[in-house]
Structures are given as C-alpha cells and as structure tokens.
Design a protein around this ligand. Structure first.
Ligand SMILES: Nc1ncnc2c1ncn2[C@@H]1O[C@H](COP(=O)(O)OP(=O)(O)O)[C@@H](O)[C@H]1O
Ligand SMILES: Nc1ccn([C@@H]2O[C@H](COP(=O)(O)OP(=O)(O)O)[C@@H](O)[C@H]2O)c(=O)n1
Length: 212
C-alpha cells in the first residue's frame, strides 16, 4: 500500500499530549513527524534576539529548530505572540505543506493543521486535557529538565497562551469540524497512543488501494 501524501493532523492546546502521541504513532507507522510548534518557537528565538518576526520566519532554516533553548517558557510565550502575526504564519505554510506531502506519510502536530495547513488530512485529531492537568505535566517536564519554574507560573503561562492562540484572528486554535476529539486528562500515555494508532489503522484499512 502506498502512504505517499497520507497525512495525520493533530491539533490541541499546550501540553495536551499531542506531541507525545504524534511521535509515537509516527514511529509505529513509519511516518515522518513535524512538531510545527517548533517553527514558531524558532521564530520567537530570533525575535527575542532583535530580528523582525516576518523576516525571521522567511529566513528560517531546518537547523534553527534544533536549539535546546526553544523549550523555555519565555520562548513559548513569545512564540504565541509571533504566531498571531499573519506574515509569520504565511511564511511557514509552504514548508509545512511540503512536509505533509512527502513520500511515506506524515504526522504534523500544532494548532491549525486540520483547519488551515492540511484540511485534506486523512486523519484529524483534536487532543485536549484540563488546563490544571496540562500545567502539571508541563511543570514536571520543565522542572525535570532543571528549569527554574513554579507550578503557578506554568499554569499562568499555559492559560495565557491558550487565550492568545484561541483568540487570534488568523488560524486560531480550534477543532476542525471533522476532527476526532480525545481528552487525555485521565488517560495514560500508552492508552492515548493506542487509541490514536487504532484510529489511523482503521483509516488505512479502508483506503481504496489497500494491498496495492
Ligand atoms: N496522557 C498523558 N498522561 C501523562 N502525561 C502525559 C500524557 N501525555 C503527555 N504527557 C506528558 O506531558 C508533557 C507534555 O506532553 P506533550 O506531548 O509535549 O504535549 P504537547 O505536544 O501537546 O505540548 C510531557 O512531559 C509528556 O510526557
Ligand atoms: N501550528 C501551530 C503550532 C504552534 N503555534 C504557536 O506556537 C506556540 C508554541 O507551540 P508548541 O506546539 O511548541 O507548544 P506546546 O503545545 O508544546 O506547549 C503555540 O502556543 C502557538 O501560539 C501555532 O500558532 N500554530
């Protein structure tokens, strides 16, 4: 069976588990994975050093996505600010769509993959969890990396980013009308991954060129 151009779009708010699920199902099916949040974080990393957001987005190269600093809360906040600028979003569209169209299948996770970047995706998911649960998970992750954060700060950051991402005019965070919703608040990682893998397998099994 050919999976060329087969796209899985996984959207959701901060720390809902979309990246974890995306990575795991991409590995399971042999698909490529793009964490599109890293694109906005990389632009933010450059604007924090004084570059203009639109220029930084237009000049982005793959190596820019590899800095460890991009996981910092200050970069995440700046990412959600630059992500509201239409010129920034426009500069990143082609790269994401080319990635989705690559041979062998792709999983993209972010905020607007099912709604704007890949509305034709064969599988669309909207992953959520309660804000308090998401903040606890992100706090544990950042503290585990030795970052100097408090649970209160992380919750505040997550809520501020959610509000900005849902409230912007261009490509706001929202579920595509045909997205399957998964609330991971009380789900173990393995169960969330298994549910999504089963969903993808079901779609692959129904593809017309199955077995070709
Ligand atoms: N279902 C889950 N239960 C417990 N922890 C989870 C679950 N899903 C993800 N996590 C953890 O929460 C943190 C954020 O998950 P991540 O996948 O990076 O979220 P997102 O990509 O939506 O920001 C990570 O440390 C991850 O290991
Ligand atoms: N497709 C995307 C992905 C991220 N983003 C922005 O980039 C920020 C960082 O995204 P991320 O996916 O790395 O954040 P987390 O969900 O991992 O915390 C988000 O808060 C959004 O403002 C976006 O606007 N569109």
């Amino acid at each position: 069976m050919t999976t060329n151009g087969f796209t899985v779009a996984i959207d959701g708010p901060a720390a809902s588990g979309k990246g974890t699920i995306s990575k795991a199902v991409a590995a399971h099916f042999g698909f490529a994975h793009l964490d599109t949040g890293l694109l906005y974080r990389a632009v933010a990393g450059k604007t924090l050093q004084g570059q203009s957001p639109a220029e930084a987005a237009r000049a982005l190269v793959p190596g820019d996505l590899e800095h460890d600093d991009l996981r910092r809360p200050s970069v995440a906040q700046e990412a959600s600010r630059v992500a509201a600028i239409p010129e920034v979003r426009a500069a990143l569209v082609d790269f994401q769509r080319s990635f989705a169209a690559r041979a062998g299948g792709a999983v993209l996770d972010g905020r607007d993959i099912g709604t704007v970047i890949c509305p034709q995706a064969q599988v669309k998911l909207f992953v959520t969890a309660d804000a308090e649960v998401r903040a606890e998970r992100r706090y544990a992750e950042l503290a585990g990396k030795g970052m100097d954060v408090t649970p209160e700060e992380v919750l505040k950051d997550v809520l501020a980013r959610d509000a900005r991402d849902m409230g912007r005019a261009d490509a706001p965070l929202k579920p595509a009308t045909d997205a399957v919703r998964i609330d991971t608040s009380t789900m173990a990682i393995a169960d969330a991954v298994a549910e999504v893998a089963a969903l993808i397998q079901g779609v692959l099994d129904r593809m017309p060129d199955k077995g070709a």
